[in-house]
Design a protein around this ligand. Structure first.
Ligand code: C2O
Ligand code: CU
Length: 458
């Protein structure tokens, strides 16, 4: 092609921009100490650790199929790493110290750079000493937009957490290794928050249709959620669209690390409020509210259409696939008689001294050999057999799986499945993402005290 003068001028103009773009440098995500008003107004503020100084950290939003690059800067007094929860990611970018990368030392940095194959609601959080670092506030929302926007009037990302604060000083309780928490339900707090604050209010109009992206960032609390002054549907779980929107009636659970996308219509009248509720034994408590002022565009609407599906693998031949058992063991009231730590047989008392309260298939530490060695693309069933007196939210890295209903039917795609005490839950997994992947309970104190394993895809 013959270059005309106009082409040359255009090229010059374009290259003149490049130095400025380059000078801007990589986009950073800084893990650092900060202060934030977590408790209600009138109480003291709280020293937290947050990404870019906030809990939650900045909302990261990208288009499906796009690349995400962030330079993690560690300004914490501890090593750290970022895990991009629920992303079917390149293994080297998974953020697990000791498995996929070295922990980033104090003052150090690490460049994360990966593509996002699936649209949906995800999150990022620290994966080093996570039972402490996540409790201190190191998490944030990661939203991957569908190519086409659903028919809604607005959207709110609502990150739920559960803080344990001293009401006098506002200080975060520092007993992250508390043996009672570790051996029971995990670290439960005394203050429930949305987006890092107590009972925040958002504006809404009567009749408006909103998308609510709920993310449970709590260490251990299983929220039972309910709606007041709005009604709607669950349209996605753990980022993945449901084939059919599921009407919300009554309470629905959201275990640590799980997400639910709702599409709701505001039914509360102008001048009143709609609420997201935490349902507890003695009633419902507002987690956040929508102050309704004025009428929305339309009054009544049809059920929303399903969100466009993500490029997930096909599950075929389930009955012929290998079934692997993973026993969840230990904890208070169902003490381990003995479990192996490497080659040694240890009693429950000895395990407790080592800070180990739980085990997966008898292993109270991340084993040397993977729980599962899977050929790339192979289909597996895993049965989580909960022999403990507590619930556990079992999470697989790098993959989504389908929950198998008791009648054998395939349920929703998830990355974290709640296995109630005494219950057995089966999942179907197409191991299609090569690498070494963690498999652990997302009650973070359980993960750090025995409930961590891994699997390998080659
Ligand atoms: Cu959300 Cu291994 O974690
Ligand atoms: Cu657990």
């Amino acid at each position: 092609m013959l270059l005309t003068r106009r082409h040359v001028l255009k090229a010059a103009a374009a290259s003149a921009l490049l130095p400025r773009l380059a000078a801007a440098g990589p986009v950073t995500l800084t893990a650092r100490e900060a202060r934030q008003q977590i408790a209600p107004e009138g109480y003291p503020d709280t020293a937290i650790w947050g990404y870019d100084g906030g809990a939650p950290g900045p909302e990261i939003r990208v288009a499906q199929g796009a690349r995400l690059s962030r330079r993690l800067m560690n300004e914490l007094p501890q090593p750290t790493a970022v895990h991009w929860h629920g992303i079917r990611i390149d293994n080297a970018m998974d953020g697990v110290p000791g498995l996929t990368q070295q922990a980033v030392p104090q003052g150090g940095s690490f460049d994360y750079d990966f593509t996002l194959p699936d649209a949906g609601t995800y999150w990022y959080h620290s994966h080093n000493r996570s039972m402490e670092q996540v409790a201190r506030g190191l998490y944030g929302p990661l939203i991957v937009d569908e190519p086409s926007v659903p028919d809604i009037d607005g959207e709110w990302v609502l990150v739920l957490d559960d803080w344990r604060l001293d009401p006098e000083t506002g200080a975060l309780a520092g007993d992250f290794d508390n043996g009672h928490d570790l051996s029971h339900a995990g670290r439960l707090g005394n203050l429930l928050t949305v987006n890092g604050g107590f009972d925040p209010a958002y504006p809404a109009r009567q009749g408006a249709r909103l998308r609510l992206r709920l993310i449970n960032a709590a260490n251990a609390r299983v929220f039972e959620l309910g709606l007041d002054g709005m009604q709607g549907w669950i349209v996605a779980l753990d980022g993945m669209p449901l084939e059919e929107p599921l009407p919300v009636s009554g309470a629905f659970p959201l275990a640590p690390a799980q997400r639910a996308d709702l599409i709701v219509d505001i039914t509360a009248e102008s001048g009143t409020a709609a609420s997201l509720l935490s349902i507890e034994r003695d009633g419902g408590y507002g987690l956040c509210r929508f102050d309704v002022a004025g009428q929305g565009a339309r009054a009544t609407r049809e059920a929303p259409v399903p969100l466009p599906p993500n490029p997930l693998p096909v599950i075929e031949g389930l009955a012929d696939s290998p079934l692997h058992q993973m026993r969840l063991e230990g904890g208070a009231m169902r003490w381990l008689d003995s479990a192996r730590l490497g080659e040694t047989e240890l009693s429950g008392r000895e395990l407790a001294q080592l800070g180990r309260f739980w085990a997966l298939n008898g292993q109270a530490d991340r084993p040397e050999t993977p729980f599962l060695n899977a050929a790339r693309g192979s289909l597996h069933r895993i049965a989580f057999v909960n022999e403990t007196a507590f619930d556990h939210g079992m999470h697989l890295h790098g993959h989504h799986f389908r929950v198998i209903a008791p009648n054998g039917e395939l349920g929703p795609w998830r990355d974290t499945v709640l296995v109630a005490r005494g219950e057995t839950r089966q999942i179907a997994l197409v191991a299609d993402n090569p690498g070494d992947w963690l498999l652990h309970c997302h009650m973070l104190g359980h993960a750090s005290s025995g409930m961590t394993s891994w699997f390998r895809v080659t």
